[in-house]
Design a protein around this ligand. Structure first.
Ligand SMILES: Cc1ncc(COP(=O)(O)O)c(C=O)c1O
Length: 413
């Protein structure tokens, strides 16, 4: 059998034709497809504004800048995530603070967020928490309403790291939007899509090939706030504005149409037009992709629930995960390395998502984090293995993966 990766894009001929059309056109970057992709993202999620950029990391960076994160500020995030969720705070001169996870969902625990904020208030510390970056780990939405409540109480911004969660939904009890922006479920409850920003200031997606949809590299920030939207546009493009109503230099009104102003220290985080053509085409298939992922998850759940030594991932009743990855936890953590190596030798692309960020050497050395700072995250890390999950994964491959795992435990007996 051909090696099976842990994640893989699905690109078909329709996608390829859309990209080729742009490549044959006059504008391969900064053309009309960028706006079209942004509008498609808004239509899908229900958010008012979207800014497409060159990666999820770039999206997190400009989202933090727009939230006003600067030297001395603290931002609370999860320890079980890719390093980019915390690094974006460091880029702005701020300090990432890690709140421990919920054991079942592996998402940031709102109780731990509030505990930290309370302790800080009582201690009268100088550093100021400015924002929370909840990460929808593996595509399972965080407790957004509770996080939003805490953020309001302490006047914090919420930037969702939704890089895993395009296509996920949660049941909102306080959604302020009319039903056209979500999917009504009767009463005041409403299924809303991640990215709608109903309970956050901004939400960030990644379109890396292993994610729900791909543009190669790519990302986006979504928001319902016009001011944030305009700032995001500026930070994407060197901090430059060409909008004459925003010019600040006296006399600039009399300048010609060549005139622009650099008002912030921004970046070149632009995405290309042909990437966005791919994004538009991929977005049309998103619901199918999520459905196929869920079918594979059902098979894994059914088969692996027969193995006593394995703990399966959960999906709380008030969410619909986008199932970015499928992770299993081993009751006997000493067997993790053995199983990982057996699967690897069998041609199965296993991974570990994630090494807790606070234990990375950079974080230990420069921010003085240490073992036991987030005990639940550390315990989770010792036990976990990610096994392959992507829409193109065939039934024969799923059966083979299950067989290899079951064999491992049989041989142990
Ligand atoms: C949770 C999370 N946040 C941020 C990122 C960064 O996204 P990108 O690779 O598009 O820069 C990733 C990428 O893997 C991620 O998994």
């Amino acid at each position: 059998m051909k090696p099976i990766p842990y994640g893989h894009q699905w690109i078909d001929n329709y996608d390829i034709r859309q990209v080729v059309k742009v490549l044959k056109s006059d504008r391969i970057t900064q053309g009309p497809k960028i706006k079209e992709f942004e509008e498609a993202l808004c239509k899908y999620t229900g958010a008012r504004y979207a800014v497409a950029v060159s990666s999820g990391t770039a999206a997190l960076h400009i989202a933090c800048l727009c939230a006003g994160i600067k030297t001395g500020d603290e931002v609370i995030t999860s320890p079980i995530t890719f390093v980019a969720s915390a690094n974006c705070v460091l880029y702005c001169g701020g300090k990432p603070v890690f709140a421990d996870i919920q054991e079942d969902t592996v998402n940031i625990d709102p109780k731990k967020i509030e505990e930290y904020l309370r302790r800080q208030k009582v201690g009268g510390r100088r550093e100021k928490v400015k924002a929370i970056i909840p990460v929808h780990f593996a595509g399972h939405p965080c407790d957004l309403e509770e996080i939003h409540r805490i953020a309001k109480k302490y006047s914090l911004s919420v930037i969702e790291d939704a890089c895993h969660a395009l296509g996920a939904r949660y049941l909102s009890r306080t959604s302020p939007f009319p039903s056209s922006r979500g999917e009504s479920r009767g009463g005041d409850e409403r299924w809303v899509k991640i990215g709608s920003c109903i309970h956050s200031d901004m939400a960030v997606f990644s379109f890396h090939p292993v994610k729900s949809i791909t543009t190669g590299e790519g990302g986006a920030v979504l928001t319902n706030n016009k001011d944030l939207y305009e700032k995001l546009l500026m930070f994407r493009n060197h901090g430059i504005t060409k909008d004459s109503s925003r010019f600040t230099v006296h006399g600039s009104r009399f300048a010609g149409s060549w005139y622009y102003e650099m008002q912030e220290l921004g970046f070149n985080y632009r995405i290309t037009d042909f990437q966005c053509a791919l994004g538009i085409s991929q977005l049309k298939k998103l619901e199918e992709f999520v459905k196929r992922r869920k079918e594979i998850v059902n098979t894994y759940n059914q088969e692996l629930s027969q193995v006593d030594e394995i703990i399966l991932p959960v999906e709380r009743w008030y969410v619909k995960s986008s199932w970015h990855i499928y992770y299993i936890r081993l009751k006997n953590v000493e067997k993790r390395k053995l199983l990982f190596e057996k699967l690897q030798k069998s041609g199965i692309g296993v991974q570990v998502h994630y090494i807790p960020v606070h234990l990375q050497p950079y974080y230990r050395k420069n921010l003085e984090y240490k073992q036991d700072d987030c005990p639940k995250a550390e315990k989770y890390y010792e036990s976990v293995i990610t096994i392959p999950l992507y829409p193109a994964l065939r039934k024969s491959e799923v059966d083979y993966i299950v067989k290899c795992i079951k064999e491992f435990y049989k041989e142990l007996r």
